[in-house]
Design a protein around this ligand. Structure first.
Ligand SMILES: *Cc1c(COP(=O)(O)O)cnc(C)c1O
Length: 439
């Protein structure tokens, strides 16, 4: 008896430290009081060192904290344009500000429709509503988690003024198909690349293929300055319009006490402090992206072997996934029909942080309230507003929202053994799926 206990303990310990193949029906789920697969935390974020300290102190001591006084924002813009291959880069206060600036530069406003995905961060939709335009949702490709671009053309009307694809999680939307449709109908594309720093479509950086491309440097993103954003464009006129909009309608070189206005605008500027952080963080960007790619490839291979788990696929044109998120689908049919929430709870208990991701934004009640508001009623015909809900059904996305599991990018900055433990935890839950019903 003593021998068999010892052997079991040995096998469990080997499993926790190594490939984790040992988790069979004998090892009790941690959520039900068993030993967790893992107790150690995953790598923290942000990664910080002397480049950040030096850069920030330099700006602090210079007393030049505003982009109009210093040169750090300008330097960041040059570097980010160089890195992405874009002709112009405009730094902004946030990713939301980058999207907002793009819509204004493209003159999208009241009376317009803008095509968006329902599976995204709410900012993609908010900026459309702030312009008093109408978001038109197209369904999601459940295999890739991306906007299903084959459904874009039927959603186009005479009101369509822009399309905002989101390169979700860092992988690219099918840009070949999307750009062909956009060009055919002469509709500008605003790429929401807020999660896709260094992501690529056929060897070109995402964010450089549409009329504009928008990035976020908010604290959770793969390039981080707490808050921050950027607009990329290859179009000189759009670059000038975007600059003016983000600078209260004042063109380039207009600062200080010169008051001359090109158009209405806002203040969406980045500070010198943010730019200093970005220049420092950029020294590690490529190296971190490579590590995420290697770990993600290894994890994908292990997870796809587990029944009921399907890692998000990428289109063949996506030559680089930026892995802001590691996303997979949980098919409860293969887990004794246990609901997603039970799986997530069990996975967390095994020491693997995870979430269910986005809820379906096309069903957000607040959007209906906005469409019913006084302003919208004045701008749009009643029929159009009344038919909005019917026009915006996204059944595949509804299903995806009940199956999606997300791991964050910081987990991909760990070791191969970390990846093995993630897979071991999922494998353990799969082997004990029947017990999930009592979770
Ligand atoms: C983060 C994010 C934004 C908004 O960026 P902020 O910098 O937080 O304003 C927009 N779209 C997507 C897809 C994002 O992930």
């Amino acid at each position: 008896m003593a021998d068999s206990v010892t052997r079991r303990q040995f096998v469990a310990a080997a499993g926790a430290g190594g490939l984790g193949l040992a988790y069979g029906s004998n090892s009790k789920l941690a959520v039900l009081g068993g030993e967790p697969v893992r107790k150690a935390p995953f790598p923290g974020w942000p990664v910080v060192g002397s480049p950040e300290e030096n850069g920030l102190m330099e700006v602090l001591r210079s007393g030049k904290w505003f982009r109009g006084y210093g040169d750090v924002v300008n330097r960041f813009e040059q570097k980010y344009a160089q890195l992405t291959g874009a002709k112009h880069c405009l730094a902004t206060a946030s990713g939301t500000a980058a999207l907002f600036t793009s819509l204004n530069a493209l003159d999208v406003g009241p009376g317009d429709e803008v095509i968006v995905p329902p599976y995204t961060f709410i900012a993609t939709i908010n900026v459309v509503l702030l312009q008093h335009a109408i978001p038109i949702f197209v369904d999601t490709d459940i295999e890739t988690f991306q906007m299903d671009v084959t459904k874009v053309e039927p959603a186009i009307t005479e009101r369509t003024a822009a399309i905002i694809p989101v390169h979700l999680g860092g992988a690219a939307v099918n840009m070949d198909t999307l750009m062909a449709i956009a060009q055919k109908h002469k509709i500008p594309v605003i790429e929401d690349a807020c999660q896709a720093h260094l992501g690529e479509w056929r060897g070109k950086k995402v964010g450089t293929l549409g009329a504009t491309g928008c990035f976020s440097f908010q604290a959770s993103k793969n390039l981080n300055s707490g808050e921050g954003g950027a607009v990329l464009t290859n179009n000189d006129e759009l670059a000038e319009k975007a600059y003016a909009f983000h600078n209260n309608g004042r063109g380039k070189g207009v600062g200080g006490y010169t008051f001359s206005y090109r158009a209405q605008g806002s203040n969406e500027r980045m500070t010198e402090f943010q730019a200093a952080l970005l220049l420092a963080q950029m020294t590690r960007l490529e190296e971190q992206a490579k590590l995420r790619e290697q770990n993600a490839a290894y994890l994908t291979q292990m997870l796809n072997e587990i029944p009921g788990i399907q890692v998000a696929k990428t289109y063949s044109g996506c030559t680089r996934n930026a892995y802001h998120l590691f996303m997979f689908r949980y098919r409860k049919e293969a887990f004794a029909d246990a609901p997603l929430q039970s799986f997530l709870k069990a996975l967390r208990a095994e020491g693997i942080p995870c979430s269910a991701g986005y809820s379906p934004l096309n069903k957000e009640p607040f959007i209906k309230n906005v469409l019913n508001s006084k302003g919208y009623r004045r701008i749009y015909p009643e029929k159009l507003l009344n038919e909005w809900e019917e026009r915006n059904q996204c059944p595949m996305n509804d299903r995806l929202c009940q199956e999606a599991v997300w791991l964050t990018q910081t987990m991909l900055l760990g070791t191969r053994q970390d990846m093995e433990q993630i897979a071991a935890a999922v494998r353990k839950i799969q082997a004990n799926a029947a017990d999930l019903r009592s979770v």
